[in-house]
Design a protein around this ligand. Structure first.
Ligand SMILES: NC(=O)c1ccc[n+]([C@@H]2O[C@H](COP(=O)([O-])OP(=O)(O)OC[C@H]3O[C@@H](n4cnc5c(N)ncnc54)[C@H](OP(=O)(O)O)[C@@H]3O)[C@@H](O)[C@H]2O)c1
Length: 262
């Protein structure tokens, strides 16, 4: 990891924050990005204490100017991008029948269009360098549908189609793509999730509360990227749902009817 330059979006909280700390521990230089600059400054202090180089670039992934600033500032400071970890994202807690289309568009803007737009900007530099690694945080609901997550699940499914295709296109440029699917991770994801009218859910779900720690998730993410995996599933027993959906779809569709999601 020593001397690797790693951009992490959504670094102000949860999985992104923990990945920044993990990369810093392993000697990488980290570029911290999110909208909340105060939280990034706080994290920057912790990262510097580990002896890592750090750059803060506040960025809303839905804003083109911000995305350009993130990539340009990284190149100006470090001269290259070894890893772009597309982690910023927002979830949903609402029934499709009640959810405003604007809310579904907002989820797509953050979780899908923001990710692919930023990736395109980074790609220019990676292709010129003939090296690079793109990490995308999807979810287990990027592998199957789940009630109260229609729009969110759709954004994560879209990432799989895009990044699997992109992986094949980039093979000859020596650029790797990994899609990371966490299950339940104890972060603010449910608190920040959007409800039917776009307001925040503002509650910690029981499932999220019972999830693995962000630190454990981050260790597994960094390891999977380092190993050059194409896809990885991280979490507890909920990961089994991916395999049940794949190999026993009839069983999966019965099981999902008995789940009372929160
Ligand atoms: N926790 C889980 O159980 C779980 C499971 C599967 C997948 N995931 C995925 O993991 C990723 C990280 O989520 P988390 O669990 O760590 O949740 P979190 O604690 O709510 O963190 C989300 C991060 O995304 C950033 N963000 C949100 N909107 C943004 C925007 N428009 N522009 C830039 N940054 C934005 C937030 O920073 P600011 O508010 O400062 O911008 C924050 O740093 C997400 O993609 C999520 O879908 C989480």
């Amino acid at each position: 990891m020593r001397n690797q330059v790693v951009i992490i979006t959504g670094a102000s909280s949860g999985i992104g924050r923990a990945c920044a700390m993990e990369y810093a521990k392993q000697g990488a230089s980290v570029v911290l990005s999110a909208r909340n600059q105060d939280k990034l400054e706080e994290l920057s202090t912790a990262v510097k204490e580990l002896g890592a180089k750090v750059l803060i670039v506040p960025c809303d992934v839905t804003i083109d100017q911000d995305r350009r600033k993130l990539i340009d500032a990284t190149i100006e400071e470090f001269g290259r991008i070894d890893v772009l970890l597309n982690n910023a994202g927002i979830s949903q807690r609402s029934l499709a029948k009640d959810t405003l289309l604007e809310v579904e568009r907002q989820l797509m803007e953050i979780n899908y269009f923001g990710v692919i737009a930023l990736t395109k900007l980074a790609l220019k530099h990676m292709i010129a360098a003939k090296s690079g690694h793109i990490g995308v945080i999807s979810s287990i609901v990027g592998k199957f549908g789940f009630p109260l997550r229609t729009g969110y699940s759709a954004t994560k499914h879209a990432l799989h189609g895009y990044f699997e295709s992109l992986r094949a296109e980039l093979h000859d440029d020596n650029i790797k793509v990994i899609i990371i699917c966490p299950g339940r991770v104890k972060t603010n994801i449910s608190i920040n999730a959007l409800t039917e009218d776009g307001s925040s859910h503002s509650k910690m779900d029981d499932g999220t509360e019972a999830g693995i720690s962000a630190e454990s998730c981050a260790r597994q993410i960094v390891k999977a990227i380092d190993k050059g995996k194409r896809e990885t599933y991280i979490g507890g027993k909920e990961i089994l749902m991916i395999y049940i959906r794949r190999f026993l779809p009839g069983v999966f569709h019965k099981m999902i009817l008995n789940i009372k999601p929160t």
